[in-house]
Structures are given as C-alpha cells and as structure tokens.
Write a protein that binds this ligand. Sequence first.
Ligand SMILES: [Fe+2]
Length: 233
Amino acid sequence: MKRSTINRAIREAMAFFAEQNFHLPPFAFFRREEWERKRVEAAEIFDLELGWDVTGFGEEEFLRTGLLLFTLRNGRAGSIRYPKPYAEKIMMVRESQVTPCHFHWRKREDIIVRAGGNLVIELHRADPERSAVVGGPFEIAVDGIRRRMNSGDRLVLTPGESVCFEPVHAHSFWGEPGSGTVMVGEVSMVNDDANDNCFPGGVIRFDPIEEDEEMEYLLAADYRRLFGGSSDA
Ligand SMILES: [Fe+2]
C-alpha cells in the first residue's frame, strides 16, 4: 500500500469523524516529532498499538478492498501491565469498500453503526477449531434479538443498530451503495490483530508500505517499527 494512500485516507477520516461529531483523542493528531518527544510516556499507545490502522488487505485498490480503523483503547491478554480486558475502535467504511471475510478465534465483538450510511454484512458459519468456514445455519444476536440465518445471508444495519460476532460468525462487510460513508464502532474483548484474525481467503491484515511520500500521521504499525513495543508486558 502506498504511503500517499494512507496519508489521504487519514486526512479524509479526520474530516469525516469531525463531520459526524465524533471526537478523536489528542494523540490522533500527533506528528512524528510529538511521538519522539513522548516516546517514554506514550509506551501504552505503542505497546497496545492504539491509533491509526489503514489496510488494503494486500489488494491494489483501497477504495474497493480496504478499511480505515482507529483503535481507541485496548489491553493485552495475560498482561499484568495492561490488564484491560476490553477494546474499542472506530472505523470509516466507504460505499462498496469491502473488508474481506474473516473470523476471530477468541475475540467477541459488537459492530455498531454509529452514524452515516448503512452497513451490509455477509455472514457465514465458521468452525474456529478447524480454522475454516463451514457453511450451514447459525444464530446471531442483532441488538439483543436472536435471529436464525444461513451462510451467505446478509444483514443491513442502519445507524443505531449493532450485531454481536462470536467466533462462529465469519463476516465480511461494506457500505451500502447510495447510503453514504458509514461510521462504524467496535466494542470487543481485548484485540490482538497479529494473532486473532483468520482470513480463509488468504488475505493479509497488514500491507507492506511503499514510501512514495513523507508520512503525515503515524500508523500503529509505524510506532512498532520506529519505537519498538515491549513484548513482555
Ligand atoms: Fe472482525
């Protein structure tokens, strides 16, 4: 993924979240020099990889296959230093911009349409033990109402609605064409993107970055590379 695409996606997300009256924490706006000055005090942000995450899932066209996320809070499973067992993210999903089918072996997550357009979610039954999408019927809770669905069925969530994904729910999603960009929240158990994403399609979660221009804002993956994270915390 090109750095210029990442820079642009972050600038557009800042404008979009502001338009939706969703306020990001101050560190969303730090430049590299600010991070350098705070490299000791900001250890939690580096270690837990809070902040910007822009991915094209290894594909070429970010607006067709991709996702912009901002991790607001997180913990680390089994950590004494970071015992928080929960996480929260905010995401920007464009019309027809696909996040490919995946599930999580451990994490349960509520996906909430906070504002903007509608979110289309395609669901399949997964077998986390076999790391496979197996198909067939399943149940799922949409705002606390249990619903019976079949693999391949779609949900369309409008602002205010949410769904709870359990490990058996493989999900892909995109913004409904014509309804506008979607602001999506995620409230979940602790999030471990490096080890708890199963993409049966062989998609990659973090793209290699082609540095075609200067970085404007750092991704969480940039802190990891520049400042290192403590692995034993
Ligand atoms: Fe997910």
